[in-house]
Design a protein around this ligand. Structure first.
Ligand code: SF4
Length: 354
């Protein structure tokens, strides 16, 4: 967006907010939006009367502590864990180590940016039990599905995935029904929506919530904020998208087919949000020999969060500075919870840029 246009949208936003007789609150659902708002400086430019809350769109942050413990169990049992980097430093509860600490004590943990790489490692190391930590939303789940298909095609017996994938529309529905959430609308993640489709969020306007899909450029986020504010001003709610023509209503059919072939919806536990119906991905029977939870007899055991308020932050009930550990006990070097670990975590973003 050219500079003049950017300024014009900012002025429009100021005008819309000025016409309202109350402040508005929007939630940026995705952690990448949170980070982009700070990193670009856009957050500092936003007019008064606009409050932003972070949401449950950081995959590492929403991974429940019980799920983190299953991953630590597997590393302690001698499996070769292959994981996305942000999972390395998430601490377990009750002074349990992180994967990084276990690795420093000899556990086998490899970082990857690709699920398929975990399959390659399994192929190269037939004597090791390789477990891929499958976290993330609709953006990463298709890649895990493709890796499981490849493992099946190759008849690998030493590869499995700890499937912790979650899906975004069900958590949005659950959030909207939670008491105490005071938001007028949502900035929805463009990357997830390109895969999952716009239609999954159709319930938001029906619930009286403004909704706008945006990518991670500051211009797109600003345009989404202006759009959301306009919806509130008019009292007419809709589902808008900055790049509407590039945002398929029904999502990416190939990715969704892949997911549907390998996964089935299941109830999933989200950090701080509890069990949310049909918000997770369970590996289907046809691929169950690659399900690490089944293969190694793991069951999630709920644990406490020991003063960490990630759950409240991910639910939009508080902001990171309201956590009394923020910036004192909990820093990027000494993270107490995943919201301080992850590059998409709200606590980390506030610490670095506020
Ligand atoms: S500042 Fe640290 S302890 Fe507080 S909510 Fe964030 S991650 Fe948890």
């Amino acid at each position: 967006m050219p500079d003049a246009r950017f300024k014009a949208v900012l002025r429009k936003l100021e005008g819309l907010l000025g016409a309202l007789d109350r402040p508005v609150t929007f939630m940026e659902v995705c952690g990448t939006h949170t980070a982009a708002l700070f990193r670009s400086g856009l957050r500092a430019l936003l007019p008064r009367g606009l409050r932003l809350l972070s949401g449950p769109g950081c995959p590492v942050c929403v991974t429940d502590q019980s799920e983190i413990h299953m991953a630590l169990d597997l590393a302690e049992r001698g499996c070769l864990i292959v994981t996305y980097g942000d999972m390395m430093r998430v601490p377990g509860a009750k002074a349990r180590s992180s994967l990084l600490e276990l690795k420093s004590r000899g556990a086998r943990v490899e970082v990857t940016q690709s699920a398929m790489r975990a399959v390659e490692i399994a192929r190269a190391e037939p004597g090791s039990q390789v477990v891929f930590l499958a976290v993330g939303f609709e953006t990463t789940a298709p890649a895990t599905a493709a890796a499981l298909k490849e493992a099946k095609r190759s008849s690998l017996t030493n590869f499995s995935a700890l499937c912790l994938h979650k899906t975004v529309p069900p958590v949005m529905r659950a959030l909207c029904s939670r008491p105490g959430l005071d938001v007028d609308g949502f900035i929805l993640p463009g990357n997830v929506t390109v895969v999952a489709g716009l239609d999954g969020y159709a319930f938001l306007p029906e619930l009286g919530k403004a909704a706008a899909v945006a990518g991670f450029d500051p211009e797109e986020i600003l345009a989404a904020l202006a759009d959301l504010t306009q919806q509130v001003t008019e009292g007419r709610f809709r589902l808008s998208a900055y790049r509407l023509r590039e945002t398929p209503r029904a999502g990416n059919p190939m990715a969704l087919r892949l997911m549907a072939e390998v996964f089935e919806p299941c109830d999933a536990r989200w950090r701080g949000l509890g069990l949310i119906p049909r918000s997770g991905c369970r590996i289907r029977e046809a691929y169950s020999c690659f399900d690490a939870a089944e293969k190694f007899g793991l069951t999630p055991v709920p644990t406490g969060d020991e003063g960490c308020k990630c759950g409240e932050i991910l639910s939009g009930l508080m902001t990171p500075p309201e956590c009394e550990l923020h910036g004192t006990t909990c820093t990027p070097l000494t993270p107490v919870g995943p919201c301080m670990v992850s590059s998409e975590g709200a606590c980390s973003a506030w610490y670095k840029w506020q």
